[in-house]
Design a binder for this molecule. Structure first.
Ligand SMILES: C[S@@+](CC[C@H](N)C(=O)[O-])C[C@H]1O[C@@H](n2cnc3c(N)ncnc32)[C@H](O)[C@@H]1O
Length: 273
């Protein structure tokens, strides 16, 4: 990103990096400033901070999606908060007959998504655009699948986002929401918090991103737990809804159908510790 084109965040960490605060009116602007700040290093830091597990989580989420959809064809997919486009490209490879659109509200992330996709065999079936998940520029019912990976913890009015995603899904469509969650086992939970609340922010500070990687564990505390997330998805009109924990519950794929779509229950959600 050229100097001078970074949006300035309302709150900053001592190293000058954006540190979004969800109680401030500038929150959405600051989340964008934060992703602009970390865009170039996002992928490798994601692999490092997740100890490479993120490379398994997205494919596994698509596998959960297939089981949930029970063989229904997938022709049009929307990936919201697509970032650098990892899940978008993976989805295009996974469904070779599908057109896949990735949207994000951070231009710097979309620039990288475009660069990474341009020379891939899936490029003719993939498009990217700038949009917020709260106001999607699509007609009602135009997608078979909508997905998001590691996005929802940044959205303050999650119900509005889920209702908007439901609006653009066709009858029989499915929403896949992949997010970091509280591990079900308390011992795994303690280890997870030691690492996530202490080591990850320290690693972030090493790369002049103290704010973003302090914000990361904080943002998760504002998300509903698995049962709460399932209840919210139902409230927003999805049915059936299920949760498939991965890696001991460190991440969860939430699957939500429109108008009684499919619904092979992947795995019963366990109560968080
Ligand atoms: C942690 S990154 C995840 C990127 C990608 N989905 C992945 O799996 O790597 C979160 C992305 O969501 C985007 N985002 C956050 N809130 C958004 C919103 N309300 N509308 C659109 N994009 C949003 C950010 O700009 C960022 O690129």
């Amino acid at each position: 990103m050229p100097a001078g084109s970074h949006p300035v965040a309302d709150r900053q960490a001592p190293d000058g990096s954006p540190y979004p605060d969800r109680t401030r009116a500038s929150f959405e602007h600051d989340v964008r400033a934060m992703f602009t700040h970390i865009a170039r290093g996002y992928d490798w830091f994601d692999h490092l901070a997740s100890l490479g597990n993120d490379l398994l989580w997205r494919p596994r989420a698509l596998w959960d999606l297939d089981r949930f959809r029970d063989g229904r064809p997938v022709r049009r997919v929307l990936d919201v908060g697509c970032g650098t486009g990892d899940l978008t490209r993976l989805t295009a490879r996974h469904y070779p007959a599908a057109q896949v659109v990735g949207v994000d509200f951070t231009r710097a992330m979309l620039t990288i998504a475009d660069e990474r996709t341009r020379h891939e065999p899936v490029a003719p079936r993939v498009g990217f655009g700038e949009a917020s998940v709260i106001r999607l520029p699509f007609h009602d019912g135009c997608f078979d699948v909508a997905s998001s990976a590691f996005v929802v913890r940044n959205i303050p009015r999650l119900g509005d986002a889920f209702r908007e995603l439901r609006r653009v899904l066709a009858p029989g469509g499915t929403l896949l929401t992949l997010e970091i969650t509280e591990p079900a086992n308390p011992r795994v939970g303690r280890l997870f918090h030691q690492y996530f609340d202490r080591v990850v922010p320290w690693l972030g500070a090493m790369v002049h991103s103290a704010g973003p990687y302090r914000y990361l564990p904080e943002s998760l505390r504002h998300l509903p737990d698995r049962a709460g997330m399932i209840a919210l998805l139902r409230e927003c009109g999805f049915d059936p809804v299920t949760a498939a924990p991965q890696s001991g519950g460190i991440v969860t794929s939430y699957l939500a159908g429109v108008n009684g779509a499919a619904g092979a229950v992947v795995k019963a959600p366990r109560a968080p510790a």
